[in-house]
Design a protein around this ligand. Structure first.
Ligand code: SAM
Length: 202
């Protein structure tokens, strides 16, 4: 996609909204000073929101590009924030470190979903939580969303169903899976939550 179009889309009210992050935080419990990865941090609005909501946290935003990031204007909070450039398929980060990994409105545009799931699982600490918030592949809006994305943004966009996420998660060694949606069916979002298995020492 052209950088100017990307920047324009990043500044729409929908892309500036942090409500998907807020809803996600209601569904999980984190330790007091978690290390958190925001995969596909884009303009950084969600990353900054996490730093306000999780005051003791260390938050890393990772994106393939810094095209949309406006560091100076971000309203960060007490949590420490940094950004890393990298590809979701091979993230330049050490493994087994993160208490939580968020992928908000990002997974639909990533190539090689199996490989990305393996990478996300690699980064999580045992017991760490993965939250994917994205367009629900079962919602009637999913197909129009894909058509528009294929025409204007990316030919690989895919709105995944919870069953598809479930299979990918199990293959990557994730467990204790839950799926949430807003009670209001007008929302086309789904929140997929899974945990990395804790070591089963005997
Ligand atoms: C729609 S934005 C999501 C922004 C943010 N999470 C939010 O909800 O406000 C999706 C982001 O995924 C990034 N992205 C796409 N492919 C990627 C890849 N292979 N690795 C890392 N990031 C990628 C894009 O650059 C884009 O910034």
């Amino acid at each position: 996609m052209f950088p100017f179009l990307k920047k324009l889309l990043a500044n729409t009210p929908m892309n500036k909204s942090t409500s998907a992050y807020e809803f996600a935080l209601e569904k999980i419990t984190l330790p007091p000073t978690p290390l958190v990865l925001d995969l596909g941090s884009g303009q950084g609005t969600g990353t900054a929101y996490l730093s306000r909501a999780l005051s003791g946290a260390n938050i890393i935003g990772l994106d393939a590009t810094y095209d949309c990031l406006n560091w100076e204007t971000l309203a960060t909070g007490a949590g420490h924030v940094s950004f890393v450039q990298g590809d979701a398929r091979e993230m330049p980060l050490a493994g087994e470190r993160f208490d939580a990994l968020f992928a908000v409105m990002t997974f639909h545009c990533l190539p090689e979903p199996e490989r990305v799931f393996q990478e996300m699982a690699r980064l999580l600490l045992p017991g760490g939580v993965l939250v994917i918030a994205d367009v629900d592949g079962h919602h009637w809006m999913a197909r129009p969303f894909e058509w528009v994305e294929h025409l204007a943004i990316s030919p690989i966009t895919r709105a995944y169903t919870e069953e598809a996420f479930h299979q990918l998660a199990i293959k990557a060694g994730l467990t204790h899976i839950s799926v949430y949606s807003r009670p209001n069916r007008k929302s086309f979002m789904m929140w997929f939550v899974a945990y990395k298995e804790t070591d089963r020492a005997t």
